[in-house]
Design a protein. Structure first.
Length: 436
């Protein structure tokens, strides 16, 4: 289990509290035995006195509970060590909550989560992509207030809101600078939501937020470096090193979807270039090819599945046709998986992460995409680096977006309260129940 070191220097209480909370979270996430005060002091490199004071404060606030040694039927303590028994410490998961909001293309999700990033309530809403950003954010604010009211959550127990938004994000100011798939430009998401909901808000690129969720609450808890690669309407990546997001010099790190792989003969991309990864593996591209193949072979299995009047998403019908052996569907999916593998090999050559996690439709078609992408990655990466990288798919499924957004809020407003990312709370009086 990773250790989170503190400091005994004066005036670093907030930093020390971070070390304590993150150590308790790590023990909780790994389902370890509860940590005693002595173990906590050893893991954080803090004095016993400092740990005693910090833990007392957390217990008083209801954030941490003590696990007393269990007893047998005759009253004897089980597994009692020599000397005074140690009392274990655990986080109280429902002591506080955050709201995670994932803004995708044509939909948004809102979820209430506890200190473990466990979901208590959620809602998914489809929106027309032509709807203005202002209207979308107004609806998100209403959905958030409505959900908090329905879940009967007290205002003082909600720490804040994390938002994962598509496109380039100015994290310091909470502004969506450019989201080509949404046609959003310079949208002040943080300020607009704070004025509507009355809770502090922090905003991040949606895929980077998903990477953060994996690093603290998912498969990346033990990894020192990871990349989360998400594919749907677009393709993006979030990079985490030492449990810290890597944003780049101008918050543009991770735009793997605009890695140029076929500059001469490639298709035009919405970014203005040609041959970007997004033009080769994104969901709309695969579906366009699927419909072309269905038109050329109207009696084929793929054509039959695509025209059936059920509510199965079209991309899942393409995957289903491939699983059933349709040659056109297999060619489309496997070609995309090879291009993805090449892009991942480039990512490994540059970033060399310990773990790569695939999400979105890449996880949805895991059985078809993962073997081909892994094989291509291992073949194409330099000096056999690809053989040392774990390539997995997210276990969060559709929850990856809201889990990442919730992780962003939990770290900003609870586990890492001294973060340089600031989010000014709106007046508490604005936190009202939605009108009927």
């Amino acid at each position: 289990m990773r250790d989170f070191l503190g400091s005994n220097i004066v005036n670093v209480k907030a930093h020390n509290m971070q070390a304590v909370l993150l150590s308790l979270l790590a023990a909780d996430a790994n389902q370890d035995q509860p940590l005693s005060r002595i173990q906590l002091a050893q893991k954080t490199n803090l004095s016993n006195t400092t740990i005693t004071n910090l833990v007392a404060e957390l217990i008083e606030q209801g954030m941490v509970s003590e696990d007393r040694p269990s007893r047998t039927a005759d009253g004897e303590e089980q597994n009692r060590p020599v000397g005074r028994p140690r009392t274990g410490l655990r986080l109280v998961p429902n002591a506080r909550y955050v709201v995670g909001i994932h803004i995708g293309v044509g939909l948004y999700r809102v979820a209430l989560m506890n200190l473990r990033a466990e979901m208590l309530c959620s809602e998914m809403v489809n929106v027309d992509i032509q709807t203005s950003a202002e209207q979308v954010l107004e609806r998100i604010g209403h959905s958030t207030l409505e959900m908090l009211a329905q879940c009967a959550v007290k205002r003082e127990r909600v720490l804040g809101i994390g938002v994962g938004a598509s496109g380039l994000v100015d994290v310091q100011n909470g502004v969506n600078l450019f989201a080509p798939n949404l046609n959003w430009h310079n949208i002040p998401i943080r300020d607009m939501l704070q004025s509507r909901v009355g809770l502090p808000v922090v905003v991040e690129n949606n895929v980077r937020a998903m990477a953060l969720g994996e690093a603290y609450f998912g498969q990346g808890r033990e990894a020192q470096s990871l990349a989360f690669v998400y594919g749907r309407v677009g393709v993006g990546a979030g990079l985490v090193v030492g449990h810290e997001l890597f944003r780049g010099s101008s918050t543009g790190a991770g735009e793997i979807g605009h890695m140029i792989l076929a500059p001469e003969q490639g298709e035009a991309c919405r970014c203005g270039n040609r041959g970007c990864l997004e033009t080769l593996v994104a969901e709309p591209v695969l579906l366009h090819k699927a419909h072309q193949a269905a038109a050329a072979n109207p009696a084929g299995l793929l054509a039959d599945l695509l025209k059936q009047p059920d509510e199965t998403p079209p991309i899942e019908r393409l995957f289903q046709a491939a699983r059933l052996g349709d040659a056109d569907a297999l060619h489309i999916v496997e070609s995309a998986a090879r291009w993805l593998g090449i892009a991942l090999a480039n990512l490994v050559n540059i970033f060399n992460p310990e773990l790569i996690i695939l999400g979105g439709m890449f996880a949805q078609g895991r059985d078809l995409i993962l073997p081909v992408a892994r094989h291509t990655l291992r073949q194409a990466a330099f000096a056999r680096l690809g053989e040392k990288v774990r390539l997995e798919t997210t276990r969060f499924g559709w929850r990856a977006g809201v889990t990442g957004a919730a992780a962003l809020a939990l770290l900003t407003f609870f586990y890492q309260q001294t973060s340089s990312i600031q989010a000014t709370a709106a007046p508490a009086a604005l936190y009202t129940q939605p009108s009927p």
